[in-house]
Write a new protein. Structure first.
Length: 160
């Protein structure tokens, strides 16, 4: 059914199976921290700054009703809060609470550690090439910033 070790895998298969692999790691980290994958994504997106609801919906790819439910559930846990938008009195922004920021940083660091380990069998040169190629695919497809580079204001990944 699957390819044996060392066999060539096409780009579609490799990308789809890679996404499943990363999603599984993300879900595993989330379970450890009591977060759904969507809550983990929300916390990571909010790490650099608060977002308005419509902008947040666009970044996360969620419809308004789904986003409202996600924010409500996460707010009930005390991890995010709604605050007035300084640019538009009718709008609200979603921001991390102190507890949410602490949990987001821990979750982010652990998720980074786990994802970083996925290509452990590659040489440094191959890892760099993989990052360059995947980065180009992400940029070409204008993927929203849903996960930051370590040097973009997120905490350094470290073990727990």
């Amino acid at each position: 059914m699957g390819k044996a070790v060392g066999e060539h895998m096409g780009v579609v298969t490799a990308l789809v199976r890679s996404s499943f692999l990363v999603n599984a790691v993300y879900a595993e980290s989330g379970r450890e921290y009591g977060l759904s994958p969507q809550q983990g994504q929300l916390l990571c997106v909010l790490m650099p700054q608060p977002y308005g609801m419509s902008e947040l919906g666009g970044v996360l790819g969620l419809a308004k009703s789904s986003l409202t439910g996600l924010v409500d559930r996460t707010a009930r846990r005390g991890l995010v809060r709604r605050e007035p938008d300084p640019q538009d009195a009718r709008a609200v922004r979603v921001a991390l609470t102190t507890e949410g920021r602490e949990l987001a940083e821990e979750f982010y660091a652990e998720t980074c550690r786990r994802v970083e380990a996925l290509p452990a069998g590659l040489s440094d040169t191959d890892r760099s090439r993989l990052a360059d190629l995947l980065g180009q695919v992400v940029l070409d497809n204008k993927v929203p910033v849903v996960f930051m580079e370590l040097d973009e204001g997120a905490p350094a990944a470290h073990g727990r």
